[in-house]
Design a binder for this molecule. Structure first.
Ligand SMILES: Nc1ncnc2c1ncn2[C@@H]1O[C@H](COP(=O)(O)OP(=O)(O)OP(=O)(O)O)[C@@H](O)[C@H]1O
Length: 221
């Protein structure tokens, strides 16, 4: 589903070069739930951003669903990303001025769907994460765990085959973190969604199929 071949990522500024990833080769199978762990600055978010086509590698190939991605034009890449990949971030990245339902509808605005279809799909996604009774709330009126559930609804509303989650439980207490983890496990098991999750929490990683450890930009396990 996601194939990385000999990936390197170097960030360059005027004065400094940072080798963020060094010769990473990794194959995430369809339906797999993979976690990525490692100390701060080891390249976890960089790796996730590359898998999500939010950034490009300095060297190496990335194939998603067997399609080579590096030479795709920007608009094709954006469409490809929007149709296949959902993102979840540690700090939710919701728009506070929009009601919950409107936040969840956002990814559908780039697709050919009617307002009614968008509303139905967003409501369905919110019901799935247990927030069918909060659709008219604003994000600031919700708890952290509820906000993350809205973010999950937004990630799944377009029915992506892949979910990339960057420390999705990092801002939550353990009970709320468990709730979020249960939703992700259920999506993986019931819908077969392929999930890659960055986490600092060994207990969360233990509940996934496989763990990849990074250290200083290299894979150590
Ligand atoms: N846009 C950027 N420009 C320059 N250097 C960057 C950039 N983004 C990340 N880096 C550097 O690349 C390395 C890897 O960063 P990355 O954010 O991938 O680490 P991480 O493992 O996700 O860290 P954390 O657990 O603290 O979030 C770090 O040394 C970081 O300083």
């Amino acid at each position: 589903m996601i194939q990385l071949n000999n990936i390197e990522k170097v960030y360059r500024t005027d004065t400094i070069e940072t080798q963020a990833l060094n010769n990473i080769s990794l194959h995430v199978q369809k339906g797999e739930f993979l976690s990525i762990m490692g100390p701060s600055g080891c390249g976890k978010s960089t790796l996730l951003n590359l898998m999500g086509l939010l950034d490009v590698p300095s060297k190496g190939d990335i194939l998603i669903d067997q399609q080579v991605t590096q030479n795709m034009a920007d608009t094709k890449m954006a469409r490809f990303r929007n149709s296949r990949i959902g993102f979840i971030f540690q700090s939710y990245h919701l728009i506070n001025d929009l009601q919950v339902l409107d936040n969840v509808e956002l990814p559908l605005l780039y697709r050919k769907s009617t307002a009614k279809e968008r509303r139905e799909l967003a409501t369905e996604a919110l019901v799935k994460v247990g927030l069918g009774n909060r659709i008219k709330h604003f994000p600031t009126q919700l708890s952290g765990g509820q906000r993350q559930r809205v973010a999950i609804a937004r990630a799944i509303v377009g029915r992506p085959q892949i979910i990339l989650a960057d420390e999705p439980t990092g801002n939550l207490d353990s009970a709320m973190g468990d709730e979020i983890m249960n939703i992700l496990l259920d999506l993986n098991k019931t819908d077969g969604t392929t999930i890659v999750m960055v986490t600092h929490d060994a207990n969360m990683a233990e509940r996934t199929h496989r763990l990849v450890r990074l250290f200083d930009g290299s894979q150590v396990q």
